[in-house]
Design a protein around this ligand. Structure first.
Ligand SMILES: Cc1cc2nc3c(=O)[nH]c(=O)nc-3n(C[C@H](O)[C@H](O)[C@H](O)COP(=O)(O)O)c2cc1C
Ligand SMILES: [Fe+2]
Ligand SMILES: [Fe+2]
Length: 385
């Protein structure tokens, strides 16, 4: 794959990886992207995960075809992109490392006593680096995942090297839909930092961009508006539509039955995008992702040892750490002798900014009873109001 005659893709597919960050399940592996700009001077952007160093270095060899690179540009110090810095700097003794001050201050954390630390060029927000007919401009993008992140913009071909922004799960050899895995990646990896993403988007708003070259996922070109719009929504915690995520957890099936019945009532009352999600089966990262997509949430869980059943607790904890905001929520609890899950779920939800809990919450005792149906119907109406 190449972006243009002068800008080459040098990333690698990690098709065997099962868990990104050792926690997010992958069905189609992961890509770590790296690019080479060939001009009077040659710049390489970023390295790849430790697992893929050999393959990356041999890719560089074949693209460079005997030429020596001048710069290694480091946009992000997270090890999935920085792990092979020392190997590359050793291999190319004339190469300078180009990064922001914060990234440079992080280098010794990962590469103790490395001699290449003498070959660094610090750049600041707005600085430029000319390669000949290509000209890179750097923009700091703090907390568009980590504090040291910067993105860069190549002015001649109008390419934005966007770091983790606009990335997705999945190796590039699988040509899957961009949006679902980009959303799951965004919500779980960058989701907490919406205001910082907004700031970065605003900073880049006036720049004409023809191509986005992220650190994961495919290079984006053509009409970039759909990607830009989705990022605008996700980072502002604006749902893509006002559908409902019915997230439930159940030990013996009683809460599940109530949740599925509630989902049917929502559909009967006109809700169009109602997604039921078994938190004991689906991965929590997908549930978080669905909630970034949908405007309303139902949480349904049993009381368990005077607490919230763990699968639901874990989901709510994830919503807290991902800083999810601005959703309408209904609560359904179950319990046989002293139900408290409803109150505890509401307590966790009320820590989330802009979450509006509609009531009254419904308590199921053991199994769903005919006598529970009117209260569930009322709750459905207030959730959809
Ligand atoms: C290990 C365990 C602990 C439980 N702890 C409580 C509790 O502290 N308070 C309560 O009211 N019910 C408790 N229950 C009862 C469940 O909340 C009740 O069985 C509920 O109907 C389960 O819903 P389900 O059919 O969706 O699994 C517990 C059940 C189990 C299996
Ligand atoms: Fe990252
Ligand atoms: Fe990354």
């Amino acid at each position: 794959m190449e972006i243009s005659h002068a800008i080459k893709y040098a990333g690698v597919d990690d098709t065997d990886l099962d868990l990104f960050e050792n926690q997010y399940p992958l069905t189609h592996g992961m890509a770590y992207n790296s690019y080479i700009i060939l001009d009077d001077k040659i710049a390489i952007t970023d390295t790849v995960d430790i697992r893929c160093g050999d393959e990356w270095l041999s890719r560089l060899d074949s693209i460079l075809a005997g030429r020596q690179p001048d710069y290694l540009i480091v946009h992000h110090m997270e090890p999935d992109h920085s792990a092979n810095i020392a190997r590359a700097m050793e291999k190319y003794p004339g190469m300078q490392l180009v990064a922001g001050a914060k990234a440079i201050s992080m280098l010794p954390l990962y590469f103790e006593n490395a001699t290449f630390l003498e070959r660094v060029l610090t750049v600041s927000d707005g600085d430029a680096l000319s390669l000949g007919s290509h000209n890179l401009r750097f923009f700091s993008a703090p907390m568009v995942h980590w504090p040291e992140v910067m993105v860069s913009y190549e002015e001649t071909e109008q390419v934005l090297f966007s770091a983790d922004a606009f990335g997705k799960f999945g190796a590039l050899c699988y040509d899957d839909d961009w949006t679902p895995e980009a959303r799951r990646y965004y919500a779980n990896i960058v989701g907490k930092y919406g205001p910082q993403v907004q700031k970065a988007l605003t900073k880049l708003g006036g720049v004409p961009i023809r191509t986005i070259a992220p650190l994961h996922g495919p290079v984006l070109s053509g009409d970039l508006t759909p990607y830009w719009n989705l990022y605008g929504k996700w980072s502002a915690y604006i749902p893509e539509n006002d559908g409902v995520l019915v997230a439930y957890a159940s030990i013996y099936g009683g809460t599940r039955e109530a949740a599925l019945c509630f989902a049917e009532m929502l559909r009967e009352q006109g809700a169009s995008d109602v997604v039921t999600f078994d938190l004991c089966r689906g991965d929590v990262s997908e549930a978080v992702s669905q909630l970034f997509r949908l405007g309303r949430l139902v949480v349904a869980a049993p009381t368990y040892d005077t607490g919230i059943y763990p699968a639901m607790h874990d989901f709510l904890y994830h919503l807290q750490i991902k800083n999810c905001r601005n959703r309408r929520v209904a609560v359904i609890e179950n319990g046989s002798w002293a139900p408290v899950a409803g109150k505890l779920m509401a307590d966790m939800l009320s820590c989330l900014s802009g979450f509006e809990i509609v009531g009254p919450a419904v308590t199921i005792r053991g199994r769903l009873h005919t006598s529970d149906l009117p209260a569930l119907r009322t709750l459905a109406t207030s959730l959809l109001a």
